[in-house]
Write a protein of this length. Structure first.
Length: 515
């Protein structure tokens, strides 16, 4: 039995030599916190191993055997509360290379990720077969539309000339013809009138017969009617026929212009379609506009291969490649939903990259969580951006360990998390006093998963038992107590708080020596 107990004092001494929270690295930068966490973890592993041995060895020993119990001295000190997550380095300013082919296409060739390129270098080559067929069909449609427009332009020109031709040619010709006919009719009327007057004189002398005189009179009336007819034709030409003909010709011109506008619009539409197809053909060969390192965009967490590879089908506006600005780097990290409410923009953070410690701060917190899935262990996390200071050698995709300081507490009582037992929503620890171990109901404050602030139930200098389940039978029984047993514990805590308050008042009322 003695041989089984021998390792206990050794480990106990080791734990007593570990700095308490007052002197511990918790009061220093985050890198020290990580070292303290690793030391505590090693110590707790040793505690578990030693506890299994000592439980059997000390089951028959009395509770006052102090050397068989591992304890921690309660002390005042600083406590830094941090959240640690793994993240990925990325650029905050990326030049995205997107697929601009309408309807998507198939990747025929893509440059390797990590390649350094200069402006004009080819990055991606997409399939062009369908687009080339579309261009050929569209060229035929375009040529037909062009022919229709040319015909319509000719019709407009003919319609315009027809109006000019009528006003300056046909109309003048018709008017001149009628005017000549009117002149001839006037001359015929005058001759008929002269002949009739001569016949009247001759009839008076009895030289001609009455019937012949009547014929001369009829000739005068006929000549007069012929003159009136020609005058009416001239009036109709100038007042009605001209206006009617001009309106018809102008209507033909407007119709020709309308057809021209329609064919012109169709031509422009087909030309735009042809140009779009030609532009789509150009978009199938993607080149770099700026120089830099080309990388694949971040793929979904559940995928094992990138979205961009030879033979992959890509959609329109899909990001194919990224050229990051390495002078503006940041870390994207997922913060668990249980701690994101405590996270604020501007909080300091320490980032570990390949054994290099960097300083940053929280610059952005996502309002909406990423969807949880089996690839994330069904954990709900919020994307958080940590802005980094400029530093050479940072590359997108590098893994990072991020520690964000959520809170810092000064002059607080702290105990290890391993010394606390929860039962029925209440918290207990076991205190070693004068060789005895007694249970104590306590109230807790903030925690960093290694140490926890105690706000009531303990005093500075008291020793609490580490891993009470392994050493104290009462702790094992406490874990199995029914829920109704918590009322007495609440009364116990109230008494402890009252005693602490009275003790503080008494100490404050004592005179200071030398005053």
């Amino acid at each position: 039995m003695d041989s089984a107990i021998m390792p206990v004092p050794f480990v106990f001494c080791f734990l007593e030599s570990v700095p308490t929270p007052r002197d511990s690295p918790m009061a220093h930068p985050i890198s020290s916190v990580s070292i303290w966490g690793r030391r505590t973890l090693i110590a707790l592993v040793l505690l578990g191993a030693v506890g299994a041995v000592t439980t059997f060895a000390t089951s028959a020993l009395d509770r006052d055997v102090e050397s068989s119990i591992l304890t921690h001295r309660v002390s005042l000190g600083k406590l830094a509360v941090t959240v640690t997550e793994n993240g990925t380095v990325e650029s905050s300013n990326n030049e995205e290379i997107k697929c601009m082919v309408k309807g998507g296409s198939t990747v025929l060739w893509v440059i390797e990720t990590g390649t350094i390129v200069k402006p004009g270098d080819e990055l991606v080559r997409l399939d062009t077969s369908q687009i080339e067929d579309n261009i050929l069909a569209q060229e035929i449609i375009y040529e037909n539309a062009l022919a229709n427009k040319i015909t319509a332009e000719s019709d407009v020109a003919v319609a315009e000339k027809s109006i000019t031709e009528y006003l300056e040619g046909t109309f003048i010709e018709e008017r001149s013809t009628i005017e000549k006919e009117i002149f001839d009719a006037e001359q015929a009327l005058k001759q008929a009138e002269l002949s009739y007057e001569s016949s009247i004189r001759m009839a008076a002398k009895g030289l001609i017969k009455t019937l012949q005189l009547q014929g001369e009179k009829f000739a005068v009336e006929s000549a007069r009617k012929a003159l009136e007819l020609k005058q009416t034709q001239l009036m109709a030409l100038e007042k009605y026929k001209k206006q009617k003909e001009v309106q018809t010709l102008e209507s033909n011109l407007r119709a020709a212009k309308a057809r021209l506008a329609s064919f012109d619009a169709s031509l422009r539409l087909e030309q735009a379609r042809l140009e779009r197809e030609q532009e789509q053909l150009k978009n199938c060969t993607i080149t770099a506009e700026i120089g830099g390192m080309v990388i694949f965009p971040s793929m979904a967490d559940w995928k094992s291969t990138p979205d961009i590879e030879e033979g992959a089908v890509v959609r329109e506006q899909q990001t194919l490649l990224v050229i990051p600005d390495v002078s503006q780097m940041q870390v994207k990290v997922g913060i668990h939903e249980s701690k994101v409410d405590r996270l604020k923009v501007g909080m300091p953070a320490q980032i570990e990259l390949q054994d290099v410690q960097l300083v940053g701060e929280v610059s952005e917190i996502a309002e909406v969580t990423k969807p949880a899935g089996w690839w994330t262990g069904n954990l709900v996390k919020y994307d958080t951006i940590i802005q980094l200071q400029q530093r050479e050698g940072l590359k997108p995709g590098m893994s990072a360990i991020v520690d964000v300081v959520l809170a810092e507490h000064d002059d607080v009582l702290t105990v290890p998390v391993a010394s606390i037992l929860e039962s029925d929503g209440q918290f207990f620890c076991w205190v070693e006093e004068r060789g005895k171990v007694t249970r104590r109901l306590i109230q807790l404050g903030d925690t960093n998963d290694e140490f926890t602030i105690v706000t009531a139930g303990l005093a500075e200098g008291e020793k609490v038992v580490l891993d009470p389940l392994a050493y104290v039978d009462e702790a094992q029984q406490q874990a199995l107590r029914p829920a109704s047993a918590g009322e007495k514990d609440a009364e116990e805590l109230a008494g402890v708080v009252k005693e602490d308050s009275q003790s503080d008042n008494a100490s404050s009322s004592e005179p200071v020596p030398g005053t």
